[in-house]
Design a protein around this ligand. Structure first.
Ligand SMILES: Nc1ncnc2c1ncn2[C@@H]1O[C@H](COP(=O)(O)OP(=O)(O)O)[C@@H](O)[C@H]1O
Ligand SMILES: Nc1ccn([C@@H]2O[C@H](COP(=O)(O)OP(=O)(O)O)[C@@H](O)[C@H]2O)c(=O)n1
Length: 236
């Protein structure tokens, strides 16, 4: 049964990329139907914090601490994409690998459906969405499919210089991250994508007064003490 369901979901994901926007929305709605029912049944919409910052800024490291201290669920868009890439029989695995290795942003239909499915699996009501939305396509897709179903709080933005980001990713690669993009060639493309596509999204949220910016260059404990202040001040 599980295999059949997984395969259908897989096919839907593959079709999603091939078809027009209209069909995409229909297919996406099918994937998300379970989540929708769940969200409707729950009294409160889930609270969402987007976590953004350059590659290697320390988003995942800080998210783990926020989970421990404030009871959020951490959903990393990158981790979900890597899991889907590794799943046997995935019809979008090769596509995901191509995007990741080249530092490009995977089409939102794939990423958003993985995020919603992961939210649906959880019985918690507070989510850190790490590494998303990373470009205009991500933001538009989220607004189409999810914004009405959640209670968006703010963007937690880890600001970090390019040099520090690169050093951290290269060290992560050397210490065995096993990631196909923790190398100089992929990093150049990831940084370019971050500057060209992700920074404008952060600017957009800034204009809405929704960004909590943290200097990510100090030690992870020092960074977390600032993060803690932000969450306490925001009522968590
Ligand atoms: N404040 C920090 N100071 C030094 N190294 C850090 C800090 N935060 C994270 N790291 C290290 O840098 C690398 C990237 O951190 P990670 O949390 O995976 O970043 P991201 O999720 O933003 O890509 C990891 O090897 C991590 O251990
Ligand atoms: N919303 C997202 C997030 C990640 N990704 C892909 O996953 C890669 C790794 O993202 P990540 O968030 O795990 O890692 P960092 O680049 O932040 O270190 C990105 O470079 C993209 O190729 C994506 O396509 N869409």
């Amino acid at each position: 049964m599980f295999k059949v369901l997984t395969r259908s979901c897989n096919l839907l994901l593959a079709q999603t990329i091939k078809h027009s926007t209209c069909t995409t929305v229909n297919l996406y709605s099918t994937i998300a139907a379970g989540a929708l029912t769940r969200l409707k049944m729950s009294e409160e919409k889930p609270k969402i914090v987007f976590v953004l910052g350059g590659p290697g800024a320390g988003k995942g490291t800080q998210c783990a601490k926020i989970v421990d201290r404030f009871g959020f669920v951490h959903l990393s868009a990158g981790d979900l994409l890597r899991e889907e890439r590794a799943r046997e029989g995935s019809e979008v695995g090769a596509l995901i690998e191509d995007y990741i290795r080249n530092g490009k942003i995977v089409p939102v239909e794939v990423t958003c459906s993985l995020l919603e499915a992961a939210m649906n699996k959880s019985d918690k009501n507070k989510f850190l969405i790490d590494g998303f939305p990373r470009n205009q396509d991500n933001l538009d897709g989220w607004n189409r499919q999810m914004s009405e179903k959640v209670d968006f709080q703010f963007v937690l933005f880890f600001n970090c210089s390019e040099d520090v980001c690169v050093d951290r990713c290269l060290s992560r690669g050397k210490s065995g991250s096993g990631r196909s993009d923790d190398n100089m060639e992929s990093l150049k493309k990831r940084i370019q994508t971050y500057n060209n596509d992700s920074l404008p999204i952060i600017k957009h949220f800034e204009e809405l007064g929704k960004v909590k910016q943290i200097d990510a260059s100090p030690s992870s404990d020092e960074v977390f003490s600032k993060v803690e202040e932000v969450f306490v001040q925001s009522g968590f």
